[in-house]
Design a binder for this molecule. Sequence first.
Ligand code: ADP
Ligand code: MG
Length: 258
Amino acid sequence: MNIIETSKLTKSFGGLKAVQEVDFEIEKGAITAIIGPNGAGKSTFFNLISGFHRPTSGSVVFNETDITKKPAHKIARLGVARTFQTTNLFEQSTVLDNVIVGHRLRTKAGLFDAIFRTPREKREERQAKEKAEEMLEFSGLTDLAYQPAGSISQEAKKRTAIALALSTDPDIVFLDEPAAGVNPDETDGLAALMRKIAENGITVCTIEHKMQMIMSLADKIMVLNQGKKIAEGTPEEVQNNNAVIDAYLGGDAVAEAQ
Ligand code: ADP
Ligand code: MG
């Protein structure tokens, strides 16, 4: 069963077609990867699905509901979570507080509750903390819970962003370069975390430049180049696809992947 289906999904920025007529299906429970050179439209594709950008044309269906025109916060509430290519955390706040914010976005009591500290507000606060602690544990961050987010490693920041996304109880998470800027050992750790997420029934869709990681992790890969889908299939199929070799694997990406 497909959890996401895009149909002729297109985004133009002025004259530039960042994403062009992309038809794509994401299978529920699988790990799907999107690869392609810089500027291929990968992040824009995520932005279209998660509602951060309005498509110019085409559609996005999530769990059989058309979400094409829904705003980002509504899409998030339906069960679509994401991380950003640049990990923006509140650097002065603790790792735990950063994750609590994610949960509260979903469950927040109204302003009245917050000011008068109603029982509902107190209950939600406690639940948010428990949920955040659970997600930190799941993401391997319990030891860092009370560190300021600004003081932790790049890899731990990436894990925090993932914990933040998971705290909203999503059905699917979109991870935009979750292993960028981390060393090879840490990359293996992040791949293991992605596997664990999928094993827990949350569909994973990731953008990644690290080819070795993706080849052993993904069930299915889509290759974007200049906004267009140029290939899709299993890692093996994609690796042997001539259009991919020409457009991507033969170019700068090989150097980038090493
Ligand atoms: P990728 O994530 O594959 O590196 P992006 O989706 O970030 O690529 O970008 C695809 C193209 O769209 C690039 O040419 C980029 O400059 C352009 N682009 C992305 N976001 C915007 C924006 N908000 N306004 C104008 N152009 C954009
Ligand atoms: Mg990008």
